[in-house]
Design a protein around this ligand. Sequence first.
Ligand SMILES: [Zn+2]
Length: 353
Amino acid sequence: MTKNIAEDEIAHIFLTHHDNDHLEGLRFFIGKMSQVREITVPLYQNEITLIARAILNLKGIGKSTDCNEFTKALIEIVNNQVFIKTIVEGKRGECPKLSFAYEGKYFCHHIECLNPPLIIDSYDWIHEVGERDLIQLMSDVFTKEFVREMEIYIRSNSTRYSNIVDSQEFNRFWLYGENDRGRETSDAKCNYVLNFMMQNRELFKKFNEKSTRDNLKEIYKNYVKCTHDVCMVLKTFFEDKKMLLTGDASKKVFKRLIREGKDISATYLKMPHHGSKHNMNKKILSEISPEVAIISHDNGHFGSAKDTHPNQEILELLQNEKIKILLTNDVKKGDVIIMKKDNHDKDYYVNIL
Ligand SMILES: [Zn+2]
């Protein structure tokens, strides 16, 4: 994302996923929204927000005491979406339009979306378990109000979300835009949400019984993982070069693309998840076969402090493969700088601001 936008420039903003560190750049556009033509979010954006709300509506949340770190992050996710909604639902002609991205969709002829897939692979909960039993299962773990919402959500699945519009809670955060592929994808979207709920049911129960930080941490970790599976991945073409923009895409995303024989090769690779070792390996890197790897990072930590961003193993992997590294910040090990941004911030095509 650019640091600033000139008076006469028109922008198209792609929000790879909902995390704060990927949305913060939006503030550079405040007051300049008339210059933003379009905002694109991944196809499963609404569902990700719905799952965040589900966790916030676990019966145990009210009595939890040391869970702030996670509840705050989840509330931020919902608030971010409300913020996007206010931006795109302003006065017509003065606000950007909203669109959804999925595999196979092209933007401006030179940007191809590779992830999320139109239909994300999941167990068919709606048809295998059925509405009534699903709602019964929900009422064991979620607050009454939220179960009511899930009831609306599951029922509206067959009517292309038409009931959602009438629901106050949904109307607060639900995004409507171009290419949501409505009925065609509604089963897949609903199953994606239900999949998270069903697979984490035992963890939900455990948390409701003992509402501790550790018990919520496990749920939160699974949530982050499942959102990284539907993170937007874009391939852009310029002259004879290709660039792969990966957001925080998980290994699962790359493995799927490789399995399905998709061409993920690129001259430039924006390293997924700030250079975390959980999102990249040698096999995936060799399929992409980049000349240059861009690491956008702030020496952050994710979960356990062992996985620093960027991770030493990833830096070594890139060096061993003789891939040029471009950095947005100095890389530190403790307080010691081990790689300086200045030596790494530009090449012929890319200049890091
Ligand atoms: Zn991130």
